[in-house]
Ligand binder design. Structure first.
Ligand SMILES: [Fe+2]
Ligand SMILES: [Fe+2]
Length: 326
């Protein structure tokens, strides 16, 4: 397996005690050779002088690292032979943070166009007031949608939200859904991520994120915005809370309530579709052979699956196995 060598960003650090002694486990992000802006992440392990190295390596900083790839639990990890801290400017560290696809200003503009298109004046006002909220204006454009699994990029929340708004506005007439409610539910569903996950390199959970999570944080902001609109109906506020609280779809996935309206079900499923497809894409962009492993689902991903021109073109009956007659 190949040797990996270069500058890496330290996403996480922990000392672990095992049967073979203590080791240092680092989450290292290298710039990928597959294209500008792409990164490759390894769980990397060091057995020599783990305590000493741990005391000089800082989470959120850069290191020079060298190690050999090895397969472990379906995942490619690194056995480190060298790790040294590197003095780096903030800009150099930032260059290791993966970025989303939408231009922040243009993306926020598209979000506004969706909110302006809502037919119900009260819901439209709510949506636009949310967009004009000073905290949202600062946080939403750069927030990641997840720490790791999908849309884990600067601006990932914006990419993810625009994706599902586009799907939602197409699906609404097909399924006779209330477009206003659906689109507002989609905009709000993950809005609490603005406070749950830090957009600083490493995308760590914030203290409030760990303590209460993005659903409560999103509900709080929703209440705050609704209360500032004179005469905003309490029932409408509860429906907006419901979109946020039910969007994970199952108790096991952290939703305290299950979707109780067709629009809430659609928010959950569109969110899931966007997240699952993006998680597969992320595996596809990893270096290595044509199969990648998606840890979250415990499933292998065939990276060539979307590109028939890369498939073996041997005609039926022409291969080694004579299952089909020519
Ligand atoms: Fe969520
Ligand atoms: Fe989401």
């Amino acid at each position: 397996m190949k040797i990996v060598k270069g500058v890496a960003f330290v996403r996480s650090k922990s000392l672990q005690e095992g049967q073979t002694g203590a080791s240092l486990v680092l989450g290292l992000v290298f710039k990928s050779s597959r294209g500008a802006g792409l990164t490759t992440e390894y769980s990397a392990r060091l057995w020599e002088n783990p305590e000493k190295v741990a005391s000089v390596v800082r989470v959120g900083g850069l290191v020079v690292a060298e190690g050999q790839e090895y397969a472990y639990n379906g995942e490619t990890q690194l056995r480190l032979s060298r790790v040294e801290p590197l003095n780096a400017t903030e800009e150099e560290v930032r260059s290791f943070v993966p970025k989303g696809t939408a231009d922040a200003e243009e993306g926020m503009g598209r979000l506004r166009t969706y909110m302006e298109s809502l037919g119900d004046p009260l819901l439209r006002q709510f949506g636009l007031n949310m967009l004009d909220d000073p905290e949202i204006r600062i946080r939403f454009p750069s927030a990641p949608a997840a720490k790791k699994n999908h849309h884990a990029t600067l601006g990932g929340l914006l990419d993810h939200t625009l994706e599902i708004l586009e799907m939602g506005s197409r699906v609404a007439p097909v399924l006779s859904l209330n477009r206003d409610l659906l689109l507002l539910g989609l905009f709000l569903h993950d809005i609490g991520k603005c406070w749950e996950i830090s957009s600083a390199p490493g995308f760590g959970y914030t203290d409030e994120g760990r303590l209460v999570g993005h659903m409560l944080l999103g509900c709080e902001k929703t209440t705050q915005i609704a209360r500032r609109i004179k005469g905003f109906p309490e029932r409408t506020l509860r429906i907006l809370h419901h979109f946020i609280l039910s969007h994970h779809g199952e108790f096991e996935y952290g939703s305290p309530v299950l979707p109780a309206t067709p629009e809430a079900m659609a928010v959950h499923l569109l969110d899931n579709l966007s997240g699952q497809v993006n998680a597969m894409r992320q595996v596809r962009s990893q270096e290595g052979d044509q199969w990648g492993y998606e840890k979250n689902r415990g499933a292998y991903i065939w990276k060539n699956g979307s590109d028939p021109s890369s498939w073996d073109q041997t005609a039926i009956g022409g291969g080694d196995r004579k299952v089909f007659d020519p």
